[in-house]
Design a protein around this ligand. Sequence first.
Ligand code: CTP
Ligand code: MG
Length: 360
Amino acid sequence: FKQSEKILTTEFYKELTQEINKTVHKIKAKPNDLKKREILYNYIKSVAKKIFPDSKIYRYGSIENGFSLTDGDIDICILNKDNFEYTPAECVEILGEKLKNNGIDDIKLLIRARVPIIKMKDNRSGISCDIGFQNRLAIQNTKLINAYSKIDNRFKQMVFISKIFNIYLITIYWSKMKNINEPYMGTLSSYCFILMIIHFLQIRKPPVLPNLQKIYLNNFKEYEYIDGFNVSFFGDINNLHKYWNSENNESLGELIVDFFKYYANDFPYISGVASVRAGGIITKEEKEWTREHQFEINKTNSVKDRYWFCVEDPFELTHNLGRPVDRKSLFKIRGEFLKAVKIINNKNLSGIQVLEKILE
Ligand code: CTP
Ligand code: MG
């Protein structure tokens, strides 16, 4: 017989909301963490400026969009002029050598990656750092995330919770895969989770977040392009009320519960693509992100694209952020969402207890 479902009361959601706020406060980077990162950033900048004096140096990722955890890393992008004499991969080698000579010895140069980067860790501060070149799209998508984060605080809190959830997911993978030599690539990036949350909040009824790209396209005529992609969005959040107003009053607790339910049960994994740009689900078919297409590409130039789980980059429309996921790891990730829902529906657990149980 079917067990009656747990009724989630206002009290339950209230407790859960408080617990989320408490947890986020604990894990969020403190001023002192940021100061330590600032020092390392300035040091790297000074080394880089000596080799590439005409470059512009930017931070992107969590340090720039306010989603840093206490032990968060620094993402740095160096922009040289367009027709620079060295390729990004060569720049990685040149700056990597220089940093090694300057006492950074925990350093890896990923020259053949999709986006070549230096991965380094400063042993004194324990801070990790990724340094890349010419990645204008990453700087721009950081600005987009930053704009969304200014609209509604509930979005920010959800991103922090998703980061702990993701750390937990990655940990269970690694412990399972310990005996396998090659690194297991089935996990999702923080950036992918951020897009999954924006997508969820855009399709909420009424929505918690608007579609900043659509607002721009519908109201303005001059567009900005990077690498051939239209990267325009409405970023003047102080004036957003002229185009969009929030009518959603749900608590953080309600949103987190439904976020887990959505990716456990409702997301159309088989046929759909989460698109922050479109403001909803689009089909794999229309993007040609299908199995047939995947094999077609494999035959010609062995690109290992995977379309088991599809999250479209808001600007680089050919980029699927769910690419690291294969059949097995999707099963596992979705399983963890289902587990979270089960914990939420456990009648013996209060709003205070469920969060801890989900993230333990
Ligand atoms: N990025 C990207 N494409 C990816 C992964 C990342 O363009 N496949 C860019 C995005 O600009 C993102 C940044 O790299 O904001 C950093 O990605 P990530 O480290 O996943 O996110 P953070 O917000 O920095 O989170 P964390 O604190 O976990 O480092
Ligand atoms: Mg980062």
